[in-house]
Design a protein around this ligand. Structure first.
Ligand SMILES: Nc1nc2c(c(=O)[nH]1)N[C@H]1C(S)=C(S)[C@@H](COP(=O)(O)O)O[C@H]1N2
Ligand SMILES: [Mo]
Length: 224
């Protein structure tokens, strides 16, 4: 239904509140079954669910995209998509695991290590954490500086072998491979170096700030 349409690649539709309610009702039985550990035998398992807390899919043209990096940095910067693509690329083939139970195996990701983006602005003394913002105007996320500097944390512009689509958070999203999907902020617009961890959108509502797959939120998921 709605998810099937999204999977078929209908891009650019603004999902109003009606579609959001439909999406919510389509998701809730799956979420309940996932809680029973049945997702592996469900048809349609191993597929992404498209999430947006604002109820629509925000969209910017790739040429208009900017990533702002500021806070406790030596020099605030703004990077275009072309700037990011000109930096050394990194690739990963890793699972994507939502804390509600669904998992997509061996997703292809390409982008720039977040560490390199931070180094380009220059990490100032006193920085211990990173906050992320989205151009949906609402979503936020956080990592410690140590987590943010891991090899398997990237600012991704390709996903599934193609540019990150609007519904998956394009043109640029975060991908935090070792942590649950809520850490992977979509429609990434802002990276801010800060002096303490500021819990993100879902973390304010109870999800673990250290969202390691299999080690947080009481689920026995296999680490990716
Ligand atoms: N801006 C934004 N980023 C977000 C979310 C969201 O609602 N808004 N949902 C998070 C959650 S809980 C998950 S599991 C993944 C889902 O990614 P997908 O929509 O590409 O499947 O995005 C994460 N990043
Ligand atoms: Mo999630």
């Amino acid at each position: 239904m709605v998810l099937g349409m999204a999977g078929a690649g209908l891009v650019g539709i603004l999902w109003g509140s009606k579609a959001q309610r439909l999406m919510g009702s389509a998701l809730s039985p799956l979420t309940a079954l996932d809680g029973l550990g049945l997702s592996g035998i469900l048809p349609g398992a191993n597929r992404f669910r498209i999430y947006s807390v604002v109820g629509f899919l925000p969209s910017v043209r790739p040429v208009d995209y900017r990533l702002r990096v500021d806070g406790l940095v030596n020099q605030p910067i703004e990077l275009s998509l072309a700037d990011l693509q000109a930096m050394p690329a990194t690739t990963l083939h890793r699972d994507f695991q939502c804390v509600t139970g669904w998992r997509v195996p061996k997703v292809a990701w390409k982008g720039v290590q977040l560490r390199q983006v931070l180094e380009r602005a220059g990490i100032a003394s006193g920085a211990t954490a990173v906050s992320f913002g989205s151009f949906d105007g609402t979503y936020s996320e956080s990592l410690t500086l140590d987590q943010a500097q891991r090899d398997d944390v990237m600012v991704a512009y390709d996903m599934l072998g193609a540019p990150v689509t609007t519904e998956h958070g394009g043109p640029v999203r975060l991908y935090v491979a070792p942590m649950y999907g809520y850490k992977s902020c979509k429609w990434l617009s802002h990276v801010r170096l800060v002096d303490r961890v500021q819990p993100g959108y879902w973390e304010e509502q109870g999800y673990a700030v250290d969202g390691w797959v299999g080690r947080s939120n009481g689920r026995g998921d296999v680490a990716t």
